[in-house]
Design a protein around this ligand. Structure first.
Ligand SMILES: [Zn+2]
Length: 130
Protein backbone atom coordinates (compact mmCIF):
# COMPACT_ATOMS: atom_id res chain seq x y z
CA UNK A 1 0.00 0.00 0.00
CA UNK A 2 1.34 3.36 -1.00
CA UNK A 3 0.97 6.06 1.61
CA UNK A 4 -1.73 8.54 0.68
CA UNK A 5 -2.63 11.96 1.97
CA UNK A 6 -6.39 12.08 2.32
CA UNK A 7 -6.55 15.83 2.69
CA UNK A 8 -8.56 18.63 1.19
CA UNK A 9 -8.45 22.22 2.35
CA UNK A 10 -9.58 25.42 0.72
CA UNK A 11 -9.13 28.93 2.00
CA UNK A 12 -12.51 30.24 3.18
CA UNK A 13 -11.49 33.73 2.11
CA UNK A 14 -10.04 33.34 -1.41
CA UNK A 15 -10.96 29.73 -2.26
CA UNK A 16 -7.40 28.60 -2.99
CA UNK A 17 -6.51 25.04 -2.02
CA UNK A 18 -3.49 24.80 0.24
CA UNK A 19 -1.87 22.46 2.69
CA UNK A 20 -1.87 23.64 6.27
CA UNK A 21 1.26 21.73 7.24
CA UNK A 22 1.69 23.55 10.49
CA UNK A 23 -0.94 25.01 12.76
CA UNK A 24 0.31 28.58 12.44
CA UNK A 25 0.23 28.62 8.64
CA UNK A 26 -2.00 31.23 7.01
CA UNK A 27 -3.33 30.93 3.47
CA UNK A 28 -0.21 31.28 1.27
CA UNK A 29 -2.31 33.13 -1.30
CA UNK A 30 -4.22 35.83 0.61
CA UNK A 31 -2.76 35.54 4.11
CA UNK A 32 -6.07 34.76 5.78
CA UNK A 33 -5.64 32.67 8.92
CA UNK A 34 -8.28 29.99 9.35
CA UNK A 35 -8.19 28.53 12.81
CA UNK A 36 -10.74 25.86 11.95
CA UNK A 37 -8.77 24.48 8.98
CA UNK A 38 -7.35 21.03 9.68
CA UNK A 39 -3.60 20.90 10.17
CA UNK A 40 -1.88 17.89 8.61
CA UNK A 41 1.61 16.62 9.37
CA UNK A 42 2.20 16.70 5.65
CA UNK A 43 5.97 17.06 5.58
CA UNK A 44 6.50 13.86 7.60
CA UNK A 45 3.88 12.08 5.57
CA UNK A 46 5.51 13.09 2.28
CA UNK A 47 8.94 11.99 3.51
CA UNK A 48 7.53 8.60 4.56
CA UNK A 49 5.72 8.20 1.28
CA UNK A 50 8.79 9.07 -0.82
CA UNK A 51 11.00 6.74 1.23
CA UNK A 52 8.38 4.02 0.93
CA UNK A 53 8.61 4.30 -2.85
CA UNK A 54 12.40 4.06 -2.69
CA UNK A 55 12.90 7.27 -4.65
CA UNK A 56 11.11 6.06 -7.77
CA UNK A 57 7.63 6.72 -9.09
CA UNK A 58 5.05 4.33 -7.72
CA UNK A 59 3.72 2.03 -10.44
CA UNK A 60 0.21 3.15 -9.64
CA UNK A 61 -0.91 6.03 -7.54
CA UNK A 62 -4.52 7.13 -7.46
CA UNK A 63 -5.07 10.80 -6.78
CA UNK A 64 -8.13 11.10 -4.58
CA UNK A 65 -7.55 14.40 -2.83
CA UNK A 66 -5.61 17.65 -3.04
CA UNK A 67 -3.06 16.15 -0.64
CA UNK A 68 -2.53 13.25 -3.05
CA UNK A 69 -2.08 15.71 -5.91
CA UNK A 70 0.69 17.47 -4.01
CA UNK A 71 2.25 14.14 -3.00
CA UNK A 72 2.32 13.01 -6.60
CA UNK A 73 3.95 16.29 -7.65
CA UNK A 74 6.57 15.76 -4.94
CA UNK A 75 7.29 12.24 -6.24
CA UNK A 76 8.01 13.74 -9.65
CA UNK A 77 10.25 16.44 -8.18
CA UNK A 78 12.34 14.05 -6.08
CA UNK A 79 12.67 11.37 -8.74
CA UNK A 80 14.18 14.04 -10.98
CA UNK A 81 16.31 15.47 -8.20
CA UNK A 82 17.75 12.01 -7.51
CA UNK A 83 19.13 11.97 -11.05
CA UNK A 84 21.14 15.17 -10.55
CA UNK A 85 23.16 14.24 -7.50
CA UNK A 86 24.84 17.09 -5.72
CA UNK A 87 22.93 19.92 -7.35
CA UNK A 88 21.70 22.78 -5.18
CA UNK A 89 18.08 21.95 -4.40
CA UNK A 90 16.70 25.48 -4.60
CA UNK A 91 18.37 26.13 -7.95
CA UNK A 92 17.14 22.78 -9.20
CA UNK A 93 13.60 23.63 -8.11
CA UNK A 94 13.65 27.11 -9.65
CA UNK A 95 14.71 25.65 -12.98
CA UNK A 96 12.11 22.91 -12.78
CA UNK A 97 9.25 25.25 -11.94
CA UNK A 98 10.29 28.12 -14.21
CA UNK A 99 7.32 27.67 -16.55
CA UNK A 100 4.77 27.57 -13.77
CA UNK A 101 2.62 30.67 -14.21
CA UNK A 102 0.76 30.45 -10.96
CA UNK A 103 2.87 32.39 -8.45
CA UNK A 104 0.88 31.23 -5.46
CA UNK A 105 1.22 27.59 -6.40
CA UNK A 106 4.90 27.97 -7.22
CA UNK A 107 5.61 29.49 -3.81
CA UNK A 108 3.52 26.98 -1.88
CA UNK A 109 5.09 24.06 -3.75
CA UNK A 110 8.57 25.48 -3.22
CA UNK A 111 8.01 25.94 0.53
CA UNK A 112 6.72 22.39 0.90
CA UNK A 113 9.44 20.88 -1.33
CA UNK A 114 12.25 22.58 0.59
CA UNK A 115 10.89 21.31 3.93
CA UNK A 116 10.52 17.80 2.53
CA UNK A 117 13.99 17.97 0.98
CA UNK A 118 15.61 19.05 4.25
CA UNK A 119 13.93 16.25 6.17
CA UNK A 120 14.64 13.68 3.49
CA UNK A 121 18.31 14.59 3.22
CA UNK A 122 18.69 15.65 6.84
CA UNK A 123 20.05 19.03 5.83
CA UNK A 124 19.14 22.70 5.82
CA UNK A 125 18.54 24.40 2.51
CA UNK A 126 19.86 27.93 2.53
CA UNK A 127 17.23 30.64 2.36
CA UNK A 128 16.77 32.44 -0.93
CA UNK A 129 19.31 35.16 -1.54
CA UNK A 130 22.13 33.29 0.15
ZN1 LIG B 1 -6.71 32.63 0.90
Amino acid sequence: MTIHANYNNKCIECGNPYIKYNEKLSCPNCGHFDESATTIDFIDLAVQSIEYNGGVMPLAFGVFSFGDHVLYTLFEIFVRFNRVQGEDFRLFLETLLVDLDDDFWKKHLTDISVLVHDKLYNTQTQPKGY
